[in-house]
Design a protein around this ligand. Structure first.
Ligand SMILES: [Zn+2]
Length: 157
């Protein structure tokens, strides 16, 4: 399941930006605009849709980027027609978070930083992504990293 999400996220990054190791905020906005979504920044914590308008909080840059990446995930993974009345679906939410993690923390740059023992806070600063998303992304790539680092104790990551 994650391989599929990762491939889709990287496909998007390839189409919309050249540098593969950091996802610009402008790239996220362009992906939404290309899909005919208008972004309206309002005073809310998260983001939601109403037809083709995304109402999005921008408490700080990291939360704004996360909100955009999360909504892009819903558009690409789940269909474009969401509304405020759409009931929450936990499987979709988990998928959207994993997709957002791949979008904001691209491979192989993120894995390389992990191999170099970069801490969560430093990763959050470098990629401008929230700490909880760093944890999601680490959990996803843990098995792969274990295979690469033979002598690492299982709970190191
Ligand atoms: Zn969602």
């Amino acid at each position: 399941m994650y391989e599929n999400l990762k491939a889709k996220a990287h496909e998007l990054l390839e189409i919309f930006q050249n540098a593969a190791d950091y996802t610009d905020t402008a790239t996220l906005e362009t992906i939404l605009e290309t899909n005919h979504f208008q972004i309206k920044v309002i005073d809310i914590e998260y983001a939601c849709y109403l037809e083709n308008i995304i109402f999005c909080g921008r408490k700080d840059e990291i939360s704004y980027r996360h909100n955009l990446a999360h909504e892009i995930a819903h558009i690409y993974l789940h269909c474009t027609l969401f509304s405020l009345s759409h009931p929450p679906n936990y499987k979709n939410e988990a998928q959207a978070e994993a997709f957002a993690a791949f979008l904001l923390l691209p491979s192989p740059a993120f894995e390389e930083d992990l191999m170099n023992q970069m801490g969560d806070k430093a990763l959050s600063d470098k990629y401008q992504a929230p700490l909880h998303l760093i944890k999601v992304r680490k959990r996803i790539c843990r098995p792969e990293l274990r295979r690469k680092m033979h002598n690492t104790e299982p709970d190191e990551f």
